[in-house]
Ligand binder design. Sequence first.
Ligand SMILES: [Mg+2]
Length: 306
Amino acid sequence: MQHRLTFFLNSAARKVSTAQIAPKLEQWADRHGIDAQLVSPALQDLPQTVAHAVAAGRLPVAVGGDGTVHQLAQHLPAKTTFATLPLGSGNDFATALGWAKSLDAALEQLRTAQPVELDCLHVSQDGTPHFTGLSVAGWGFASDVNREANASSVPGALQYPVGVFQALAKGGTRSVRLTFDDDTVVEDRFWTVLVCNTSMAGGGMRFAPDADPQDGMMEVLALGDVSTLGLVGLLGRVYLGKHLGHPQVKLWKCRSLTIEPLEEQPGPWSPLLAEGDSYQGAAKTRFDLQSAGISMLAPLEASFKR
Ligand SMILES: [Mg+2]
């Protein structure tokens, strides 16, 4: 890793205290003779701060959780190499890429990390780009869990389990039409539909255990008509990645997906979720996989095509 770095610290991430982390990053950079800059822009200043760093030939590093790297990725020029250092309350994307969970170990990995090209998800509504997804985007129950987790005041590790139970209380399956690759149509009732580029979301839940962000395909997972209790049991199996044999778990591989809620009225569409961020739903939301759409530093020991 011979880059000049700009660390983006997310001041809003719950587990990241800029005051605590900044000296650590500065000491690490000094010790290894790395040219590192630290910034912590407010969300509205993020596009400009990213543009400045990239124009100056610096490699942006998102320091935080999945939400931090998601936000950064929304503002990067195409094919700009970037990185993530896992520090937030949810680090599923970084974990899937092979980053260590402790900051010291991840910084050690960063010194020798190399760029890899990974697929990404372009999400659009009515032909208008909505957001870029890096790991797992969701509709239905998963999105409700995320909203409840973000709104909850419990400590980080408990946010998702608490979110699950709060969302269950509102729960139930929803009728939806899924169109794969513009030809195969499935209409059914599902608790949730998850579009997976990497394997994990929701704080270590292995929804698509075999998802490969370099195979040019997205994996679409849907949890069908099980009881509330059945869903709780199923989610327990998801942590272990042992749910795929369940008769109400469906998995497809495709390059594009359109989601159309069938029982909703224009207006308060079920929202979408991506890396902890919530987005407006719509009558039709389209997911297109872009093969090798992003370039990211990955630890040397991670098994990616380079
Ligand atoms: Mg894939």
